[in-house]
Every structure is written in C-alpha cells, then in structure tokens.
Design a protein around this ligand. Sequence first.
Ligand code: NAI
Ligand SMILES: NCC(=O)COP(=O)(O)O
Length: 333
Amino acid sequence: MTPRIAFTPGEPAGIGPELAVKLACSERASDIASAQIIAIADPDLLQQEATRQGKALTLLPFDPTLPVQATPANSLHILPVELAQAAYPGQLNPTNAPYVLETLRLAAEGCLQRTFDAVVTGPVHKGVINEAGVPFSGHTEFFAEKAGVEKVVMMLAADELRVALATTHLPLKDVSDAISGPSLQQVLTILHRSLRDQFRIEHPRIGVCGLNPHAGEDGHLGREEIDVIEPALETLRALGLNLIGPLPADTLFTPPQLARCDAVLAMYHDQGLPVLKFKGFGRAINITLGLPFIRTSVDHGTALNIAGNGIADTGSLYAALSQAIELAKLRQF
Ligand SMILES: NC(=O)C1=CN([C@@H]2O[C@H](COP(=O)(O)OP(=O)(O)OC[C@H]3O[C@@H](n4cnc5c(N)ncnc54)[C@H](O)[C@@H]3O)[C@@H](O)[C@H]2O)C=CC1
Ligand SMILES: NCC(=O)COP(=O)(O)O
C-alpha cells in the first residue's frame, strides 16, 4: 500500500513552509519516502521558501484519479490554494486566515471522501484566525465539526508516554464546568477504543488525573473528584475499562505510576502537555482520536520568532508523518 497523505503546512508566516520544503528536499526515512505526500498550500509560497533555502523543489500536480504514486525526492505533490496576499516570515496577516482554513477544509473533505488516507497538519496560529473574525480554537475542534462528530480527544505522544486531554482549548476558569460525568465517559471510551483498535493494545490501562491539587484531598481542596470523576470511572469500570485513579497529577506523572499506564488522561491542556513536551518536545506528535479519519500533527506551534531563519527542526513533523503512515497501513477502526 502506498499511503496518500495530505499535508497542510498551516500558518504561512510561520515555520510551516520551511518545514514543507525541508520535508521535500531532505533525505526521507523509507516509510515517508514510500508515501504520496500532497501539500495543500500556495505553490508560490513553497517555491519562494525553496529559493530562500537554495533548494530546487518540484511541485507535481495532484490528480486523485491517477494511481497512487510515491512522491519522488526533492518533490511534493501539490493541491494548490492561493494566498490572499503575499506572506512574510514572522508577520501575521489576518487577510490570509481564510487561506489557512481553506487548506484545512480541503484536507478534511479529502479524508472524508477517502481521497486521502490521513492528514498531517503543520501549525496554525489560532489568534490570527480569530482576529480575522472567524471563531477558531484549534484543528481538533475544526476537524470534529467538519466530520460532524460531537466528541473527539486530543492525545499527544512522545516515546512511550501518551497524554490525552479531557478538555482542550478553553480558559482555565471554564475547565471545571466543562468536565461532566457524560463528557468524561465519552472521552475515556474514545481513548480506550483508540488504544485498543488503532494502537493495538489489547487491554489498555488508563491513568486518570484528578482536577484539584492532591486530587481534592478528600474533598477539602475541591469536590470534582468525588462528585464527578470517581462516579464516571466507576460506571466505566463496570463496563470493563481498566482505569487507574483519579490520582493527583503530580503523583500520576511519576515514573512508577506511568509504568502502570498505557496512557494518561489529564483534565486540562496545561496539566498534561508540559509534562509531555518536557519529555519529548521536537519528536512528539499530536493525534486526534475519534475522528472518522486519521489526523496527526506536529507538537509545536508556528514559531514566529524563528520563521525565515532556516533553523526550524523537522523532528516532530517526521514523527507525525510516520505515525500517520503507520496508522493508515493498519487502518481498522
Ligand atoms: N498544531 C498547531 O497548530 C499548534 C499551534 N500552536 C499555535 O502556535 C502559536 C505560537 O505558539 P507558542 O506558544 O509560541 O509555541 P511554539 O511552539 O510556536 O514556540 C515555542 C518555542 O519553541 C520554538 N520552536 C517551536 N517549534 C520549533 C521547531 N520546529 N524547531 C525549532 N524551534 C521550535 C519556538 O521558536 C519558540 O521558541 C500560537 O498561536 C498557538 O496557538 C501551538 C501549538 C500547536
Ligand atoms: N497545544 C496543542 C495544540 O494547541 C494543538 O491544537 P490543535 O490545533 O491540534 O487542535
């Protein structure tokens, strides 16, 4: 099987275009070299970046009616989308936000129609899309909406550590209200099924963090554990899920506890992701669980501070591509 992978480089003023050209023009591991990689992007943007890097980049027109063909060295297949205005590294421009969203829309559409076997996303700038007047909190929520799925789960993985989130992009003050028994049950069920069916872990063990310090200290430091989290875990245990916790996050994220878990569910973004990024920033991946298609992503953002300098690291992009290719080959969920 030659997997057909859509790649959206994301924010045009960030490091996405640089990563795309490096992906095309550097030596690729054999799994990536044997895939067809379709960049959904502005061809001129990529060619300008290639010129900046002193690379000869060939952009091959993508024709979904032709037999799948691995993308040759120094090339990318291209599904062109035009920028509204020229993009300059490090300079955000809300006028180009519709361009970014259109690349994501095409990727979602192509995955839903099975034109693509997976999508790998580069980083977008959530703020500039909102400045353009479009409410946008992240790829995770965008793809869920496009797929018509009520609930998906964001999971990041670095080496053997997997961290999923009960809530994603929302202000900290809204986190407690967003965690309900039904929402936790949905998240844990999606996580359990993905670990079993996509990651082939027969009996997944999931560690669950509490929300409050010391997991609420028996109700003296908050009651969410007693009122919401424990009852949700009990319901799921009765259905056969192997759940550990709720444990204080600063206990669960210690090596002896992690050794008992195939994944950890953190209650909110910055409870789980700093640990993950400390362990593996630059080689970690982000994967959306519960979509009807495969979506992986880089572990980093737009890195505007280094865009155009030529120093962006491709480690996470390669990891995200490898994971997408592996899942596409194993697809059975
Ligand atoms: N997958 C996505 O679309 C993501 C998007 N973001 C967005 O990115 C924007 C900027 O976020 P920040 O918090 O500044 O995080 P960031 O990851 O863009 O940057 C944090 C630091 O890491 C460095 N860095 C990031 N990626 C790198 C790479 N590949 N090679 C070398 N150095 C790298 C940056 O230069 C910076 O010093 C925000 O708008 C955020 O929403 C953030 C995370 C993921
Ligand atoms: N910190 C991870 C992140 O913000 C990625 O979000 P998404 O764009 O993948 O939904």
